[in-house]
Design a protein around this ligand. Structure first.
Ligand code: ADP
Ligand code: MG
Length: 406
């Protein structure tokens, strides 16, 4: 996938509208995790260096087309100013001011945007205060496009959405992919196209249903497919095993069987847990113990993969050339059931970059951070849903508009 790169754009003196993903977690007006803000810095610094007048725009939360005061981007401005200026000064440039605007379209915004110069970065108000954003309304896209001469997309987390700021506007201005989008596409692409082998895919999480497309797309390419989380229960039950009171998708038993068959046809080594950490009550973590998967009792709930499974999976990971991981191995939100997920995180980090390791998905990325090993993973995707749709082989509207067709 060849995208028009920010490297190839000419930005000197131009007003550049940059769609970033500043949808950060905020608690009591404070940003809890600024990863997404930092992830946008390389593009912003590059544009300022190139003499651009930068206008940033993002959504935050789900205000559903209405102004919600708690979802204004105001708490983001000072954090952005600090991390951006640190990055600018480090690359030998002068610090800039961050001008937070009170809206994202309209005559006042236009007037303020016209005042933006090289020493200033504009930050528009939450795009989703406008119903036209998620509706990909052409009128709203036009209004956005009129604020700038050029468009840069660096919000990888929303490229799976055809919204005005991610798709519509890209038809109206010269459009480029920022460094973050470029890097995500390259790193996730290495899993799908000519991966260093063996390619091991570790999939977990709550449901097969949410991951069917990923399973179908990765199963033929993968050498090993290690299954954990509640989705493993459905595979085990499909094979006739007692799954007790565990979470199972009964409507997908046939689907699970056909996936097992498909694995056979493609010579993919599909592995299921051989032991489970079980409980009779997940919330209270009652009567926790480890049992072989074939001896689950009626009131047992599988809440994590057991020691034996962890060791087997870690061994497969150790000998891999590429590892893609999505979805926790158990109910990792509770310490009692986090061991399996932490074991996978550790196994990936112990490869010490000898294999290409990629982690995608909301909860899996949280687990990698909680294990404190994010800096020993080749690529921790900022994408959530977007990275999953990418590896599922879907065409993503926010990337399609950036394709270099020349
Ligand atoms: P991701 O966001 O990384 O794609 P998912 O959203 O698919 O992951 O799944 C995450 C959820 O799956 C977690 O909240 C976790 O508690 C749940 N989960 C994992 N294993 C089990 C299990 N054995 N039983 C019930 N829920 C589970
Ligand atoms: Mg999730």
């Amino acid at each position: 996938m060849k995208l028009r790169s920010i490297r190839d754009g000419e930005f000197n003196g131009k007003r550049v509208l940059v769609r970033v993903d500043f949808n950060v977690p905020i608690m009591d007006g404070q940003i809890v995790d600024d990863t997404r803000i930092r992830a946008a810095l390389p593009s912003i610094v590059h544009l300022i260096k190139g003499g651009a007048k930068v206008i940033l725009c993002s959504h935050l939360g789900r205000p559903n087309g209405q102004v919600v005061d708690g979802l204004r981007l105001d708490p983001i401005a000072p954090v952005l100013r600090d991390v951006l200026n640190f990055a600018l000064v480090r690359s030998g440039m002068s610090p800039v001011k961050v001008a937070k605007l009170d809206s994202c379209i309209g005559s006042e915004v236009e007037a303020e945007v016209a005042r933006i110069d090289e020493g200033m970065v504009g930050l528009l108000e939450n795009l989703r205060f406008e119903a036209g954003e998620t509706a990909n309304d052409p009128v709203f896209a036009k209004q956005l496009s009129e604020l700038a001469d050029v468009y840069v997309s660096d919000a990888f987390g929303t490229v799976h959405r055809a919204h005005a700021s991610t798709e519509g506007v890209a038809h109206l201005l010269p459009a480029y992919a920022g460094f973050l989008v470029e890097r995500e596409v390259e790193e996730l692409g290495k899993v799908l196209h000519n991966p260093r082998r063996p390619l091991t895919v570790v999939l977990g999480g709550a449901k097969i249903s949410g991951k069917l497309e990923i399973l179908h797309n990765l199963l033929p390419i993968a050498d090993n497919l290690l299954i954990g989380g509640a989705m493993a229960n459905t595979f085990l039950k499909a094979q006739g095993m007692e799954t007790g009171a565990s979470l199972v998708e009964d409507s997908l038993l046939d689907e699970a069987n056909s996936l097992l068959l498909k694995a056979g046809e493609h010579d993919t080594h599909l592995m299921l847990p051989t032991d489970y950490v079980v409980t009779t009550n997940i919330q209270e973590a009652e009567r926790v113990g480890t049992v072989p998967t074939e001896s689950l009792q009626q009131d047992d709930i599988a809440a994590d993969i057991g020691e034996e499974t962890r060791a087997t999976y870690a061994n497969v990971i150790k000998d891999s050339g590429t590892v893609f991981w999505n979805g926790p191995m158990g109910v990792f939100e509770k310490d009692e059931f986090a061991g399996g997920t932490m074991a996978i995180a550790t196994a990936l980090s112990e490869l010490q970059f000898q294999a290409h390791t990629v982690v995608g998905g909301g909860e899996s990325v949280a687990a990698i951070k909680r294990a404190g090993v994010a800096d020993r993973i080749s690529h921790v995707s900022t994408g959530g849903g977007a990275s999953l749709e990418f590896v599922a082989g879907r065409e993503l509207p926010g990337l399609k508009v950036l394709l270099n067709n020349s």
